[in-house]
Design a protein around this ligand. Sequence first.
Ligand SMILES: Nc1nc2c(ncn2[C@@H]2O[C@H](COP(=O)(O)OP(=O)(O)O)[C@@H](O)[C@H]2O)c(=O)[nH]1
Ligand SMILES: [Mg+2]
Length: 427
Amino acid sequence: MPPAAIAVVRISGPRAGAALNALAGRLPEPRRASLASLTNGEGAPLDSALMLWFPGPATATGEDLAELHLHGGRAVVAAVAAALGAIPGLRPAGAGEFTRRAFLNGRIDLAEAEGLADLLAAETESQRVQALGHASGHVSRVIAGWQDRLLALMAGAEAELNFADEDDVEVGESVAQRLISGMAVLADELGEWLARPAAEVIAEGLSVVIAGPPNAGKSTLINALAQRELAIVSPVEGTTRDVIETPLALDGIAMRFSDTAGIRTEGAGEIEAIGIDRAKAAVEAADILLWLGPPKEAPEHPRAILIAAQADRWRGEAAAEAAAAHCDLTLSAATGEGMDRLHRSIVDMARTLLPREGEAALRERQRAALFEAKQWLEIDLASREAHDLILLAERLRLAATALDRITGRTGVEDMLDTLFGRFCIGK
Ligand SMILES: Nc1nc2c(ncn2[C@@H]2O[C@H](COP(=O)(O)OP(=O)(O)O)[C@@H](O)[C@H]2O)c(=O)[nH]1
Ligand SMILES: [Mg+2]
């Protein structure tokens, strides 16, 4: 948004060349930046700008495309926009319209468009790497490979159906067997992809919940992690009543840290009791739990880090030292002791929940389609279907249709608005 050093105005469509002619009086050489004095319809100067001309169809949108790199002042942009708006056939682009056109013109598929949306929204390094993989077609290529294999299986079934002698049951049987085992191999491969973590954990961040009894030092810990006074710290029990959440990236991994009300069974007032219920719900939903309290009282959780907090207070006391020995780590948020180790432990645990480096993760929408495809490919050998080539071929077709939904080759109209609405105007 202006003001900025440079503002890029993009014009796409059959009138893009006419727009450059109207403002600059000429079309520059394709794909070469050239300086132009832009004027409006009355010949009044607008700006001295860099212009670029990309004739279609080998462009980002698949249409003729022009770019004006203007001085980024508000009035400059407004004047150029007004001059463009006065040219018949030109109108301002809607949000995500350029990407939508790229998709409709077959320049990118849906998985790539989604990757592009994620790339624009990426705030951490892991989000960027993951989104870039999608945007540059990594997932699309894997899907294309699966589609090829489905097609080959389908072709086998079709050939048999078309040419086989109807009485020759035995040949049909062996073809069905081969088909079923081919489908099973593919189903296993889809299953491996489904076993990977979903892309949402990268995009939305892992949830790390700090819980424990009152006065354990939970609020002090979240403040130390966030390096600001997020939660009120006080020796009064029941100070924190609601769940306080803050986004925080550790080593490039997006996380959401939550401070919760101290969990106690007695003495809590009505509002604090609600807070305690919320704390328990947060613990259950947490990807990672930081438990500040007696290890024996820690809630059941698959990924809990048991912490002996406020070490500066009890250091040297035998009973406290013995209790701390049962924890995963000892720290003091007040002095900073042990905070590095906590950081490491959280990151190590988070990595177990994230896709490995270079491994693409799928969004829930894509996973649902993959799951459906996998189900169509799984044949119960005892069923009648297992002997019916027509039904097997139909299942292959349904599996291919489900995979098509990932790249958007079929049944996508309803999703387009949601997806392209995530883009801003001018992208
Ligand atoms: N000395 C010391 N005091 C702490 C530490 N962490 C918390 N406290 C104190 O313990 C009391 C309770 O802390 P608070 O963070 O509000 O605990 P919460 O109820 O678990 O959120 C406050 O008076 C804090 O100043 C620590 O690491 N060292
Ligand atoms: Mg608190």
